[in-house]
Design a protein around this ligand. Sequence first.
Ligand SMILES: Cc1cc2nc3c(=O)[nH]c(=O)nc-3n(C[C@H](O)[C@H](O)[C@H](O)COP(=O)(O)OP(=O)(O)OC[C@H]3O[C@@H](n4cnc5c(N)ncnc54)[C@H](O)[C@@H]3O)c2cc1C
Length: 572
Amino acid sequence: MIERQTIETDILIIGGGTAGCMAAVEAKERFPEYKVTILEKAHIDRSGCLAGGMNAINAYLNKGETPESFVRYVRSDSCGLIREDLVKSMSELFEYCVKKVEKWGLPILSDENGEYVPRGRWNIKINGESLKPILSKAARSAGAKVYNWITVTNLLTEGDRVTGAVGFSLRNGKFYVVHAKAVLIATGGAAGLYRPNNAGDASHKTWYSPYNTGAGYAMGIRAGAEMTSYEMRYVALRTKDAIAPTGTIALGAGAPQVNSKGERFMVSRYADIGGDGAPTPYRAHGPIQEIKEGRGPVYLDTRGISPEKVADLKKAYLDMYPSQVLYWLANDIDPGAEPVEVQTTEPYIVGGHCQAGYWVDVDRRTTLKGLYAAGDVAGGAPFKFVSGCWAEGVLAARSMGEDLKTLDRVIVSDAQIDAEVRHAFRPFENHGTIRHGIKSAELESRLQKIMEQYAGGASTYYEMNEQMLAIARKKLAILPQEAESLVAEDLHQLMKAHEVIDRIDVAQVLVEHMAYRKETRWPTYHTRTDYPERDDVNWLKFVNSVRDRRSGKIELTTRPYEQIVPGDRYKA
Ligand SMILES: Cc1cc2nc3c(=O)[nH]c(=O)nc-3n(C[C@H](O)[C@H](O)[C@H](O)COP(=O)(O)OP(=O)(O)OC[C@H]3O[C@@H](n4cnc5c(N)ncnc54)[C@H](O)[C@@H]3O)c2cc1C
């Protein structure tokens, strides 16, 4: 018999990460009368993307910049198609959020006049090793009640109204039922849909947080929420093997990309779209083409940088990515004497770098009543990074607080909760009852093989066409049934089983989106070899989807693009 714990709250935040912590603080500060509860899969002090720390805030309006100039930049960097209303609204809150976190104790580098030290137009430098504990402390101090080690498995719904969520504890095995008037999804993006760069023991050394497995997307898909732009996947350009950020070297040491012949291929081949400053998708696409055409490997050319610069690079990495420094030491590499090899990662779904996620209004309400989304799980607004996720947390908290004046507590049926218990613990049940159960690692590897080979994985240079996607669709269709036979011997395995269940739901929607958009707007993120050009006449619009709750059919639709900030969409 599974023990149940029931919690009543006004605001439930699923995922105590970057956006979730900031939303909790804003909600408690503005609406102290409301109970705020956070359910977090790991421990809130070191969870999600910020677990290891950061050395920069990548979205900030440095001197002379405005929300409008930021929209122009993000729009051109995203090849002309973004939700300008969302990007503008988050940029208006960058300063509010950054100043708050600085007050809580984040060291932000300032010059002698007290001005933040800029790194390019939109970045500021921080000493961010402790960024996550700083945020979690602020959320707790503000009065949010935090439950750690809870894997949330589904939303509770009554018709189109979201009324709470359920999950299980990785520590005590209890089933948690949380009734809430408003629910914020802040579970980050999805790693692990594709076969990772590294094999075996290192397979969880991915660029994106390996514990963000698309749970928030999947819960919304199952509940019938409208999703947008999954086809704009994210492929990161990172240092080889260590998978550390390349911006630290490219911006910090002014190192350009070169191929094995030493050619600055971005300058020679992509001059018309900005060379080294080409839109981000092209900065992954360029190196891929060099390798595909036999001119790899590709490097960041650090040769000749001063010993002081090398020391600065090491310090920067030690603050947020120490494994890069260990890698150089272990392999006897002096980045001042030899170039740093780079590689592209497997694709991820990340609404904070690209724009896959929930379709939200400007107040971050989703299409389901009572459900809000912020951070990497929310769609339409790329270039969020840390500060954009904070801003979305603030916006969502403000709208939840206002909406609570009219949102009542809705009772869900016992039958629904019983069904959720069965869904959550089925892999446990299976362990004792079925003879040939499937382990989560087996199903995960099946999923990743399909995605890798037929849905634009790294081994096909991220390319895809109608026929490949049709095969992916057919093969993926078998997996939900196989997931019914997942087995778990312990709570950790149970969590892994749910991670793969969620990824399958996300992968199916992703394939439909990639098949629907018949153009190549974001090369490498979505390279359609059968539609290799960008097509503004037919595809300057958003591809959206809803999965029917009864039939499970994924319905695709489009939503129009609206230009709010005037100007050439392809110029910053
Ligand atoms: C390696 C890396 C480096 C980066 N570097 C920078 C940088 O230098 N500067 C910058 O500005 N941005 C950077 N970013 C981007 C930025 O960190 C992210 O965009 C941002 O932190 C995402 O915030 P989030 O709240 O959406 O997700 P997260 O902060 O990841 O929070 C999601 C939370 O949800 C929890 N969760 C997941 N599933 C469940 C579930 N089923 N039940 C309950 N909880 C769940 C997770 O444990 C996690 O705590 C980087 C990102 C990565 C991955």
